[in-house]
Write a protein that binds this ligand. Structure first.
Ligand code: ADP
Ligand code: MG
Length: 463
């Protein structure tokens, strides 16, 4: 039975999540319709319940049947087993029901089963996820403009000049979080405003279905009635001419009535290919703001917030290590934190730098990365909070010279580059300057334990 469940699970989630959360589970027994599984910790159990309850329900439906139930047996820290009979009692529908009366559902099966008036037979969820808020959106230099514009829009939807508000940025940088936070804020502060969040993909599918089912006017009526329209990832509308035509009309209608429109995209409007010019020109009517890769401080703050919300304490050293090592995007950063917590609860160990390193090796640095001079410069600049440009410059300021010497020292160690080309990467210095730098770091390391420690720490970011 459990194998059957696992198969469903495996098909539905990324390999990494499957390995982290499902491989450690042991099936214990099945009694009647009740399946008992053993999970390694309370944290594990809570995580499963919070994140995979629907998936587990689906797996149970398939393997046991609708009345199948799941019982957890949780191993507690003493090594004893705490038996915690918990029956799952979750709705079998995949999506949360919306409280809105004029819900709109384009699933033809649902529509067909309905005997009431056509309009009532249609349903649509707002798809706002209450977990996204301004409170848990960490502010930093990387997102300040977008966040404050978003907050202004949330406070006075339709009344600022930020209409439409277009937020763009790379994957995992917080676009969805920010626009959902705006939607939630409006929903919580204005009873009478109807807020709708939809991804562009979903919007497209709804549009196509509505045509198939001869319900195009219901589709457009629905969207023309909203007070706030949040449409996520508009780059997906690219090349979909008919959907764009309809969106264009909805956009104009809403904008004319002073309704708020909020959009996201993975690139700035001018680079959106396959979108009609008339749409692009409208996107620029309001404000366009970008989200950038979070800087070191913001990464630290995000990790701390995340840990705090999970009620977990870890040493600052570890936080710093993770913030240094994961500098791609917030989603990846969160993934690492979650894996760390899972790892810690599996091995019953405090999270220390060692554990963090191991975990990181498994997830972020799948392939052993070669250390390049760019990486070294990036990490050293990050560490000393100076610009990479300063490392590459001729500046003789004390706050630049020491990091630069250190970076050269590490470059000699980690790359095969001849001294001459190392010098070249640090402002075109000659090879005797590089030798001098390395020598001076060597000297400092023997005389000053702080320098020694700094070198150790920097080294730990490479392996
Ligand atoms: P995008 O839509 O740009 O791909 P998401 O909004 O889905 O990115 O963000 C990815 C994850 O990172 C989400 O879990 C989100 O909550 C989190 N996140 C992004 N930016 C921030 C931030 N500034 N503060 C806190 N969490 C953030
Ligand atoms: Mg998104």
């Amino acid at each position: 039975v459990w194998d059957k469940c696992l198969r469903i699970v495996q098909e539905s989630i990324p390999v990494q999540s499957y390995k982290t959360w499902f491989e450690p589970i042991r099936p214990l027994r099945i009694q009647g319709k009740v399946l008992t599984i053993q999970v390694p910790s309370q944290f594990f159990y809570e995580w499963l319940e919070d994140n995979y309850v629907h998936l587990l329900r689906k797996a149970l439906d398939y393997s046991i049947g609708r009345d199948g139930m799941l019982e957890y047996s949780i191993i507690v820290d003493t090594g004893n087993e705490k038996h915690q009979p918990l029956t799952m009692n979750v709705p079998t529908v995949k999506t949360p029901a919306s409280s809105r009366p004029d819900n709109f559902q384009t699933d033809p099966r649902l529509a067909a089963n309905n005997h009431v008036k056509d309009q009532d037979s249609l349903q649509l969820d707002t798809y706002l996820n209450g977990n996204y808020s301004f409170d848990n959106f960490i502010e930093g230099d990387c997102n300040r403009l977008a966040r404050s514009a978003g907050f202004a829009v949330a406070q006075r939807p339709g009344l600022t000049s930020f209409n439409p508000l277009m937020v763009y940025g790379g994957v995992g940088l917080g676009k969805t979080h920010l626009v959902q936070a705006i939607g939630n804020y409006i929903r919580n502060h204005y009873d009478d405003k109807m807020v709708t969040y939809v991804s562009s993909e979903k919007f497209t599918n709804q549009f196509i279905n509505s045509i198939k089912n001869n319900k195009l006017s219901d589709f457009t009526d629905f969207y023309m009635k909203v007070d706030v329209l949040v449409i996520d990832d508009v780059q997906f509308l690219s090349g979909k001419e008919k959907t764009q035509d309809t969106f264009f009309h909805i956009f104009n209608h809403l904008h004319q009535l002073g309704k708020q429109i909020i959009m996201t995209s993975d690139r700035p409007p001018r680079e959106l290919q396959g979108l009609q010019d008339r749409l692009l020109s409208r996107f620029k009517w309001g404000l366009t703001a970008d989200l950038q890769t979070p800087d070191f401080e913001t990464r630290i703050a995000i990790i701390q917030k995340k840990l705090q919300s999970e009620g977990i304490n870890i040493e600052y050293d570890v936080i710093e290590y993770v913030a240094h090592s994961v500098n791609t995007n917030v989603r990846e950063l969160e993934g690492v934190i979650i894996s760390l917590m899972a790892q810690a609860s599996l091995t019953r160990r405090e999270i220390d730098v060692e554990l963090a390193k191991n975990t990181l090796k498994n997830i972020v640095m799948d392939e052993e990365k070669e250390v390049t001079i760019d990486t070294i410069q990036e990490i050293v600049a990050d560490y000393f909070e100076i610009n990479i440009a300063n490392l590459k410059s001729k500046s003789r300021k004390k706050e630049d010279v020491y990091p630069r010497q250190l970076a050269m020292y590490l470059a000699k160690d980690y790359t095969d580059l001849p001294l001459k080309s190392i010098g070249y990467h640090f402002g075109g210095r000659d090879h005797s300057t590089v030798i001098h730098s390395i020598q001076s770091i060597n000297d400092l390391m023997t005389s000053d334990p702080d320098v020694e420690e700094t070198v150790q720490k920097l080294r730990s970011y490479f392996k």
